[in-house]
Ligand binder design. Structure first.
Ligand SMILES: NC(=O)c1ccc[n+]([C@@H]2O[C@H](COP(=O)([O-])OP(=O)(O)OC[C@H]3O[C@@H](n4cnc5c(N)ncnc54)[C@H](O)[C@@H]3O)[C@@H](O)[C@H]2O)c1
Ligand SMILES: [Zn+2]
Ligand SMILES: [Zn+2]
Length: 364
């Protein structure tokens, strides 16, 4: 039996209870979860903005310690600290073989099941699904070997958990997806856990201006600690006009949408300069469509793209992010504002909705 937060119904709180967890099968590992981040991506499933199989244990931003390995596992051993990857790349599909392990076709096809189409979590005969195959809102979790990335130098579990999602997603969006050039101007629309990492990525990339855009003054003040050079409060005045005002009427070279809505996606596009790039990180509710001026896109040669997991190749990029943290290039300690227990997880998500700054983390 393990204690886990189970979502039985969308638009209802998660239930914290004991559930059964089977042993790892071939190619799987059992992880004792150390920390799990409060990321908005899980929230979309709770709110009903994204479809999911139910019941499900959510949690995709995590870290822990390997406790046991199933037959055939060679890359990790019990006792090792690991960061969780919410995409378990198979290494054989077209995406994996073309440098896009973060878009693995086999992982997507298996959805919230293990690769063999079953679950290790259940309660009696009721199977419980594993979100991201990581399901880390649980004291222990079984996942594919490809979902764990070992760390050589142990770091705080809360920091390691963030390197499982908000850090690679945010920093990767800048470095690996948009490839921001030094001296560029950047706007970041939505300065929560992921947006602050976009700001850090832009600072590392030597952007000349980093404009933080949010609807909350507290988030904007907090963003200045991570490298934002200007702030725009979108709650009272048009953010597009304000960003243009700060860039001689031109708009920014790179805009990043990091909230997840049609409106913020359109605003991010509209604040992008001639030959600029807008990168959409936020996940809007299913069915959302953002109306883009198609002529402007052509005449001004704008590029619009999405980024999933910051285009991160987990096994290679996560250890690099750990090194960047250890060499003080990424001030991740400042990002953690609050620790919660698993029993407080619903409260942690309410705090996120109510505008808590930085990243909340559940510690086990
Ligand atoms: N692409 C990916 O792979 C990936 C990975 C992780 C998270 N995400 C998505 O990124 C988004 C952000 O996640 P997070 O965990 O940082 O969430 P968060 O709640 O911590 O941050 C969102 C921020 O957006 C701000 N905001 C709300 N409305 C706004 C508006 N109209 N204009 C400007 N700012 C506004 C909020 O005040 C908050 O600071 C979510 O949609 C999440 O699902 C995507
Ligand atoms: Zn996430
Ligand atoms: Zn694959």
């Amino acid at each position: 039996m393990v204690k886990a937060a189970v979502l039985y119904e969308q638009k209802s709180p998660m239930i914290i209870e004991d559930v059964e967890l089977d042993d790892p099968k071939a190619g799987e590992v059992l992880v004792k979860i150390g920390a799990a981040g409060i990321c908005r991506s899980d929230r979309h499933y709770m709110h009903g903005d994204a479809p999911t199989l139910l019941p499900v244990v959510l949690g995709h931003e995590g870290a822990g310690t390997v406790e046991a390995v199933g037959p055939g596992v060679t890359s990790v051993r019990p006792g090792q600290q690991v960061i969780l990857s919410f995409v378990s790349s198979c290494g054989r599909c077209k995406s994996c073989l073309t440098g896009n392990a973060h878009l693995c076709d086999a992982h997507a096809a298996a959805g919230a099941f293990m690769f063999d189409g079953t679950t290790r979590l259940h309660k009696g005969d009721t199977r419980i699904h594993h979100f991201g195959k990581t399901a880390c809102f649980s004291e222990h979790s079984v996942m594919p070997e490809a979902a764990v990335v070992p760390i050589d130098t142990p770091i705080g579990m809360d920091i390691a958990a963030m390197i499982g999602c908000c850090v690679p997603t945010g920093v990767g969006a800048v470095i690996s997806s948009a490839k921001v050039k030094p001296g560029s101007t950047v706007a970041v629309v939505g300065c929560g856990g992921v947006g602050l990492n976009v700001i850090m990525g832009a600072a590392i990339s030597s952007a000349s201006k980093i404009i933080a855009v949010d609807i909350r003054e507290s988030q904007l003040e907090f963003a200045m600690k991570f490298g934002a050079t200007h702030t725009v409060n979108a709650s009272d005045k048009d953010p597009v006009a304000q960003v243009k005002e700060l860039t001689d009427g031109k708009g920014v070279d790179y805009a990043f949408e990091v909230f997840g809505s049609a409106d913020t996606t359109k605003a991010s596009y509209d604040m992008t300069a001639k030959s600029g790039t807008v990168t959409v990180v936020g996940i809007a509710p299913v069915g959302a469509e953002a109306g883009i001026n198609a002529v402007d896109m052509v005449r001004n040669e704008k590029t619009m793209r999405g980024t999933y997991y910051g285009s991160t190749q987990a096994a290679v990029d996560m250890p690099k992010l750990v090194d960047m943290y250890l060499s003080k290039k990424l001030p991740l300690d400042d990002l953690v504002v609050r620790h919660y227990s698993l029993d407080q997880i619903n409260e942690a998500y309410d705090d996120m909705d109510n505008g808590e700054v930085g990243r909340g983390i559940v510690m086990f």
